[in-house]
Design a protein around this ligand. Structure first.
Ligand code: TRP
Length: 445
């Protein structure tokens, strides 16, 4: 069984693929608008603290569980504690994968559509674009099909090779946009908003959003890293590869902020305008630069690719479950799950102006079906999943056994294991729990 599952060619291959999963719309589209909504710099600091204190130790826990068991999230947990309710945590992860994919591909379809929109209809307002079913339904369908085709074809040879070439180009283009944005008159105000913290705006809700954003951005809490880690050879150094993924991902998110905020303030726009932020602001910057049209097309091509490597990982988790546990063929699993994600995604797709009921519904301050889904699955479910999984690795499987696996392929001393163990057993569950309780108002704001 283990021989059939395949492995990454190298640790670098894994880091690239996992970074490809992590880096996506979460960094470039979601991070800036969530930062904008939550007051700027103070949010960024809380976000960075969450990454360091909660997400990095937790990421290593998912990684070590995946490599040890060589299984999908359900199978990995069952391999350690069969005949208990624990594998249901993996099941929650698989379910979460379907739901996140369903609305994530909607936004990814927008990014894909903007490649053409910047050329064909640059003047069309974003709201009108997102509310036109004739435009967004085909884009959404195309994006789901693209994801399906990549996952059928095997992640290692397609996407991994692409990511190697295209991620550096995305980085380069981001620098081009950053330089243009920062040299616009009035850009300084944006840097101030992004870098000078005002902690008076911090509430319990802000902390939950920061934690949720950190989990989402690193693809944590639903077993994506378990799945990708399951294809790692025993010789790989988990400390180094896990930390590299976190550094890449966080770096790209921080750069996205530098790309957006100076320009937002220079052009007198509202940083707290929410999800349309990137789609409203970037096309305007492009009109203010030489060869802006070319840069715009390139930028949205690369953003689409970054999104594709993320949708691929979402689909891969669900597919690996059906292939490992239900013995489905890969192609059957891929088409069935892709089809389900499409159907489940339709209400999200139509909730951006096309249908009034779906667009105006609201839950705990999140408006529209799409953003309610994002809150429930992209925030809440990831935090609950991570809470349970850190308890599972830290207490049920145990740091001693997990530590032995950690140290295959590396020579970290016992002090490191103990430190990591302390974070996984205590810091992660306790802090996540506090944030969750706070959300439901037990501690008040
Ligand atoms: N991390 C990706 C992004 O930032 C999205 C993503 C891919 C994801 N796989 C995931 C989020 C698994 C949560 C869980 O765009």
């Amino acid at each position: 069984m283990q021989q059939d599952r395949g492995q990454w060619g190298s640790t670098v291959g894994f880091v690239l693929a996992a970074a490809g999963s992590a880096i996506g719309l979460g960094n470039i589209w979601r991070f800036p608008y969530v930062t904008g909504n939550n007051g700027g710099a103070a949010f960024v600091i809380i976000y960075l603290a969450c990454v360091l204190v909660i997400c990095l130790p937790y990421l290593l826990a998912e990684l070590v569980l995946g490599r040890h068991t060589q299984r999908n999230p359900v199978g990995a947990i069952a391999a350690i504690k069969r005949h208990t309710p624990w594998p249901l945590v993996g099941g929650l992860g698989v379910l979460t994968g379907v739901f996140i994919l369903s609305y994530y591909a909607v936004i990814a379809g927008w990014a894909f559509g903007y490649i053409f929109k910047t050329v064909v209809a640059p003047g069309m307002p974003h709201a009108e674009f997102a509310a036109s079913p004739a435009i967004v339904v085909p884009l959404f369908a195309i994006f789901i099909v693209l994801t399906v085709l990549v996952v059928i074809g095997g992640v290692e040879h397609g996407i991994e090779r692409w990511a190697k070439i295209l991620m550096p180009i995305l980085l380069l283009l981001m620098f081009v946009v950053i330089i243009r944005g920062c040299t616009l008159p009035g850009a300084g105000k944006g840097l101030e908003f992004y870098l000078m913290p005002d902690f008076s705006v911090v509430t319990g809700r802000v902390v939950l959003e920061a934690l949720g954003q950190a989990f989402f951005s690193l693809s944590l809490g639903m077993g994506a890293i378990i799945t990708y880690g399951s294809y790692l050879p025993k010789t790989a150094n988990l400390w180094v590869s896990g930390t590299s993924v976190a550094i890449f991902d966080t770096g790209i998110a921080l750069l996205a902020g530098f790309m957006i905020f100076p320009a937002v303030f220079a052009m007198g726009k509202d940083p707290a305008q929410g999800p349309p932020l990137l789609f409203e602001v970037l096309p305007e910057i492009f009109t203010h630069m030489p060869f802006g049209g070319v840069v715009a097309v390139l930028f949205f091509v690369l953003l689409s690719i970054a999104a594709l490597t993320s949708t691929v990982s979402l689909l891969e988790v669900v597919v690996s479950f059906f292939v490992d546990e239900r013995r489905w063929t890969r192609s059957r699993a891929v088409w069935v799950v892709g089809g389900i994600a499409f159907v489940v995604g339709l209400p999200s797709l139509l909730s951006q102006g096309a249908n009034t009921t779906l667009s105006e519904m609201s839950l705990l301050g999140n408006t529209s079906f799409l953003f309610i889904m994002d809150f429930l699955w992209g925030n809440l479910s990831l935090a609950v999943g991570a809470l349970l999984l850190s308890i599972f690795v830290g207490w049920v499987w145990g740091i001693t056994r997990a530590g032995e696996e950690m140290n295959q392929g590396s020579q970290a001393g016992p002090g490191w294991i103990r430190l990591w163990g302390f974070f996984v057993r205590w810091v992660c569950p306790v802090l996540i729990l506090i944030v969750l309780i706070n959300l439901f108002g037990v501690f008040g704001e």
